[in-house]
Design a protein around this ligand. Sequence first.
Ligand SMILES: Nc1ncnc2c1ncn2[C@@H]1O[C@H](COP(=O)(O)OP(=O)(O)O)[C@@H](O)[C@H]1O
Ligand SMILES: [Mg+2]
Length: 384
Amino acid sequence: MTVSVEPTGGRAASARPAESGGQGATQELRPHAEDAFAAELAALAGQDDRPRPARWRLSPWAVATYLLGGTLPDGTVITPKYVGPRRIVEVAVTTLATDRALLLLGVPGTAKTWVSEHLAAAVSGDSTLLVQGTAGTPEEAIRYGWNYARLLAHGPSRDALVPSPVMRAMSEGMTARVEELTRIPADVQDTLITILSEKTLPIPELGEEVQAVRGFNLIATANDRDRGVNDLSSALRRRFNTVVLPLPESADAEVDIVARRVDQIGRSLDLPAAPDGIDEIRRVVTVFRELRDGVTTDGRTKVKSPSGTLSTAEAISVVTNGLALAAHFGDGVLRPGDVAAGILGAVVRDPAADAMVWQEYLEAVVRERDGWKDFYRACREVSA
Ligand SMILES: Nc1ncnc2c1ncn2[C@@H]1O[C@H](COP(=O)(O)OP(=O)(O)O)[C@@H](O)[C@H]1O
Ligand SMILES: [Mg+2]
């Protein structure tokens, strides 16, 4: 027998923010993508006349436009969410319309989680069917659990069953998300094999199954650095199309990403817009890239790399913290002193080895660079 799972209504119950489009201050500290960008999604849906796969809110073309940004025929501007190669987004979106699941792979801070959330929001209108992968993720988090009070009172029944986000996505034809798949123990990961290959989730206790309806698919993210912790079994890997999210290819691209995100986050924190922040953003990005690459931008000086990843995401948080410092304790203009401590915190993870790497970089590169005197002084102050 096949049974269906009741839509939970959990989302309907959560209040919509008063403003949308990602521009306004909302009550939620961090609204879901489908709420923050509700206006853009509605505009796309309204003008999208291309064919949509079963239960998709938008056509694949419109989903890609939502992620990459663009201007609609009526002039509505869609802000870019992901800044990177168009082809990557096209392959990712197309995969979701096939019977293969999508695996987003990359080093930390390459927007895997971010892209996964926005894809689910654009395709299914709901990014919340999410399983967070950890070393302790149990099978129930992927399959289903039981409400023990009901189980004890009435025995196993549909009423006592607590569906996982994946089960709900299957029965409602939605996009499920699994974060950090390779942190999940291998035997628990393998729960996904039947789901992804047979598109069914058996419930042996009830002699029933939940069959996925059209529109169901799954996006997993996995960290390159976790490789070797819990590798994907080859059986499971075959169910996925893998898309690797790269680090930003140029300094300009990375500055653009950081500036955009800092602006959005600053608004949501009600920070005043900073007038000349871009110079300081460029400096943070330059420092991060040089340390990451092990060589200065001009290719002349070799530098050692610290143990941390110094990802774009970390650059975003260094600049956001700097802006908050400038707003609350300065004159609102982002200055070297506002980012120095943040950079130091991101670079020096290991107090011994990384501190040495940083000192060397400071003396050999920062000190000698034209126009970096203030920054050098600010760094010396926080390093002391
Ligand atoms: N190429 C990019 N385009 C847009 N935003 C990016 C990009 N790379 C990083 N980010 C930003 O970095 C932040 C962290 O990304 P996240 O998805 O948490 O990284 P990951 O899951 O890969 O570790 C997000 O706020 C995202 O906006
Ligand atoms: Mg992530």
